[in-house]
Design a protein around this ligand. Structure first.
Ligand SMILES: Cc1cc2nc3c(=O)[nH]c(=O)nc-3n(C[C@H](O)[C@H](O)[C@H](O)COP(=O)(O)OP(=O)(O)OC[C@H]3O[C@@H](n4cnc5c(N)ncnc54)[C@H](O)[C@@H]3O)c2cc1C
Ligand SMILES: *[C@@H]1O[C@H](CO)[C@@H](O)[C@H](O)[C@H]1NC(C)=O
Ligand SMILES: *[C@@H]1O[C@H](CO)[C@@H](O)[C@H](O)[C@H]1NC(C)=O
Ligand SMILES: *[C@@H]1O[C@H](CO)[C@@H](O)[C@H](O)[C@H]1NC(C)=O
Ligand SMILES: *[C@@H]1O[C@H](CO)[C@@H](O)[C@H](O)[C@H]1NC(C)=O
Ligand SMILES: *[C@@H]1O[C@H](CO)[C@@H](O)[C@H](O)[C@H]1NC(C)=O
Ligand SMILES: *[C@@H]1O[C@H](CO)[C@@H](O)[C@H](O)[C@H]1NC(C)=O
Ligand SMILES: *[C@@H]1O[C@H](CO)[C@@H](O)[C@H](O)[C@H]1NC(C)=O
Ligand SMILES: *[C@@H]1O[C@H](CO)[C@@H](O)[C@H](O)[C@H]1NC(C)=O
Ligand SMILES: *[C@@H]1O[C@H](CO)[C@@H](O)[C@H](O)[C@H]1NC(C)=O
Length: 618
């Protein structure tokens, strides 16, 4: 499907509030006005009401906190009638999980046509994004229901998928779902698009709050926040809004917002909660830096709006502290900027020898600081092969002309020429009149994560200053990974241009390069050697940076990051844990490597944390 066709498959509501001169935090999106009330419980018996009620509404709510979350098959697992009480309270929006590929297997869901479609499109993110429980990293779900053509799959079970999904379209439904999980002691997870690398948008035996249909978008031409010193245009969107939707809505107003390159990414969900990098980051900073308010359903079922003046400590935590930790975010208000003419470039190359290839890559590496400081962003792959292939998926230069981009890239291209490197795909340098059109036309649509381990590192400016001893050592450590697994690089900076105090990893501010690497394929029987070889490469990247302030971007990171607290949040971690304890003392929300998650783990039989097992206290 091309981008236009995809867009048409999803309708979003654009609400225009241009009649208002200014708007502040008080107002809500229409779906947020629908909150759980006493009268919603009036048809239930007191015992039934205690399943879905919160302390705010009733003094008779239960709150169950055991050593393990209640699991299917346990005596305490909610009865059919209890689930029905929840379903009635949420107006029939409760779905029993049926894995996406269930149509390929014998039984009630068998459907050959559907199976063929799923099999052919399995790599395409959109079928997973629009499904209530499917995720983009099936390895971290346990690979328990793949199309049979993959990995010789022969059966379909729930594995790390949740047991039930709440297809939420109102705040009231989310409150009922959170209350139900807390009151019955079952596991609660949140799925938006399912992009999470580590399976954090799923979990065995869980009730999942699905936020995908919270997709309203509102344009607010003038929004004032004196404490943050902002007075300008904003967009407020439901937390299910996709990058593509927000870009289109902004473009219609001659605006652009800070969002990811991935068009299916949930830019007002997990992405913005964890930091969020963008083709606009070199000029405007991270996505978290753009947030003016966030509304959220908390663990006790209360619904609050956070901003610089309302619940400021939680507001601080939500701007970088990560998803699935403090509550279910329902909407986010972000700064908007006038659209800019934007030039993008795409190309690919390989070389006659590995030495020439490395010289070609080094010429680019030496330009990282200069390119980031010029306000550009790039996203590239280095694919292993007899000689590796370099693919520039998108070099983006907001506010720059074709000529400017040619001259920025010229020092690199002249070295490619000196190495007799001819492009596989010659540079396509195109200037668009709007930033949104540049992003929507340049970046490929997303695919599933490869079946393998993944890890990432941020590289500070000091490690890339050409010809310094640290830069030389860093090049040695980094380039050693080329041709051992896929290398996925992002060259940009993320300055704190608004001088904010947020909870994002401090190392972002000095970083000019974010790099992900993958292991060799995760082949049955070879796991141990694949892991050892991969861990060695990750350790080299970490070790060479020594005492430099660095870390790893939590939104694109390893599910088995050693010292993840320090890697993902640095000096902000302690304060984040305090916020977590304050708003969710009973650990209603839990995800792998999330703030304050140390006390629990999933008891899985797998050699990787695949989410397929009971969640228990350690
Ligand atoms: C192909 C691809 C491209 C990507 N491109 C970029 C990019 O350009 N820039 C970038 O910074 N990152 C990028 N990412 C990483 C992406 O930002 C993270 O995976 C992010 O967490 C996705 O958020 P989501 O809500 O879309 O996904 P989900 O997997 O649904 O959610 C991610 C996490 O956030 C939690 N969560 C989701 N919604 C909410 C909510 N409303 N309230 C509370 N918790 C919530 C989930 O429980 C989960 O733990 C990309 C990832 C992939 C796979
Ligand atoms: C919830 O109710 C709706 C409408 O009555 C029904 O279609 C759906 O199957 C129910 N969900 C579950 C999990 O029973
Ligand atoms: C799938 O089965 C075929 C035939 O038995 C075998 O050759 C192949 O290695 C198997 N693939 C995987 C990934 O297990
Ligand atoms: C989720 O709810 C929306 C709104 O009611 C509905 O249009 C959609 O079909 C539902 N999706 C699923 C998978 O049930
Ligand atoms: C874009 O470029 C113009 C002229 O080069 C400059 O005046 C303007 O400030 C730039 N805008 C941004 C947002 O950088
Ligand atoms: C490139 O090709 C030219 C002409 O064939 C040759 O003289 C030169 O040595 C080559 N350069 C490299 C770096 O291989
Ligand atoms: C360059 O990219 C643009 C946008 O995708 C496309 O329309 C154009 O055909 C491409 N040009 C070439 C020469 O491939
Ligand atoms: C770094 O490496 C370059 C080229 O490999 C070399 O010329 C330079 O002397 C090295 N610098 C330091 C400080 O080691
Ligand atoms: C941020 O702080 C720096 C240094 O103190 C200052 O130069 C800059 O003007 C400030 N920017 C904003 C937006 O306040
Ligand atoms: C719900 O939790 C929040 C955050 O901890 C707290 O401020 C609020 O008072 C709680 N509400 C009730 C009714 O207990």
């Amino acid at each position: 499907m091309d981008n236009i066709a995809r867009m048409k498959t999803r309708t979003f509501v654009l609400i225009l509030t241009s009649c208002l001169t200014s708007l502040t935090i008080a107002s809500l999106l229409p779906f947020e006005e629908i909150q759980l009330q006493q009268q919603d419980l009036s048809s239930l018996s007191p015992e039934e009401a205690s399943l879905v009620s919160s302390p705010e509404l009733s003094s008779i709510t239960n709150s169950k906190v055991g050593d393990c979350k209640v699991f299917p098959g346990d005596a305490d697992w909610p009865s059919e009638n209890s689930w029905d009480v929840l379903n009635r309270t949420v107006g029939g929006a409760l779905i029993k999980t049926v894995p996406l590929a269930a149509s390929c297997y014998e039984g009630a869901y068998y459907d050959k046509t559907q199976c063929d479609f799923i099999t052919q499109n399995w790599q395409d993110s959109s079928i997973h994004v629009s499904h209530p429980s499917s995720v983009l990293s099936p390895l971290y779900q346990g690979n328990t229901c793949l199309p049979p053509s993959l990995l010789n799959a022969t059966s379909c079970t729930l594995g790390g998928y949740p047991t039930y999904v709440l297809n939420s379209t109102t705040v009231s439904q989310i409150q009922a779902g959170v209350n139900f999980a807390r009151n019955t002691g079952i596991r609660l997870v949140i799925k938006n698009t399912g992009h999470d690398f580590s399976g954090k948008s799923g979990g065995a035996g869980a009730l999942s709050i699905w936020t995908h249909n919270l997709n309203a978008i509102e344009y607010i031409p003038v929004y004032e926040d004196d404490a943050l010193g902002y007075n300008g245009p904003t967009f407020r969107g439901g937390s299910g809004v996709l990058a593509r939707d927000l870009y289109e809505a902004a473009d219609a107003q001659g605006m652009i917002v800070v969002g990811g390159e991935g068009q299916d990414v949930g830019v007002l969900g997990g992405y913005v909660l964890g930091g969020g990098h963008s083709p606009l980051s070199s000029i405007y900073g991270l996505a978290s830096d753009q947030v003016l308010s966030m509304s959220i359903v908390l663990a006790n079922g209360s619904f609050v709006t956070t901003s610089s003046t309302s619940h400021p400590e939680l507001f601080w935590a939500l701007r970088g502290g990560g998803g699935s930790t403090f509550g279910v975010v329902t909407s986010v208000t972000v700064r908007a900027y006038p659209t800019l003419p934007t030039t993008t470039a795409r190309f690919s190359f390989t070389a006659q020898t590995i030495e020439k290839f490395m010289t070609g890559v080094k010429a680019y590496w030496d330009l990282f600081i200069k390119l980031a400081d010029a306000g550009t962003y790039s996203y590239f792959f280095i694919i292993p092969g007899a000689i590796p292939t370099f693919i520039m998926l998108g070099f983006v230069a907001p506010n720059q002309t074709t000529t400017q981009v040619q001259s920025l890239l010229q020092p690199w291209f002249s070295i490619l020429t000196s190495q007799n490197i001819t492009f596989l795909q010659p540079p396509n340098i195109t200037t668009y009149t709007s930033t949104a059109q540049a992003l929507l036309s340049t970046f490929p649509t997303e695919t599933l994560q490869p079946d393998g381990l993944i890890g990432s590192r941020l590289f500070p400016r000091s490690a890339l200053t050409p010809s310094s001893p640290l830069a030389n050592a860093t090049w040695e450590a980094w380039s050693d990974s080329i041709n051992k697994g896929v290398v996925i690089g992002f060259n940009f900076r993320a300055p704190n241009i608004h001088n904010l105090t947020t909870s994002v990893l401090p190392a972002w501010r000095d970083s000019v390069f974010h790099c992900i690497q993958g292991s060799a394929p995760w082949v049955p029987g070879r796991e141990k050697e694949v892991r050892e070889e991969f861990d060695g490469r990750m350790e080299r990247w970490k070790a060479v940076l020594g005492d430099e302030v660095t870390g790893s971007y939590m939104g694109e990171s390893s599910p088995e990051e050693v010292g993840w607290q320090e890697s993902f949040w640095g000096s902000n971690y302690g304060r984040l844990v305090e916020v977590k304890k304050d708003v969710d003392p009973g650990d209603v929300f839990w995800a792998l490597e999330a703030v304050g998650s140390e006390g629990w783990s999933v008891k899985t039989g797998a050699v990787i944390p695949d989410g397929d097992g009971r969640l228990c206290r350690i």
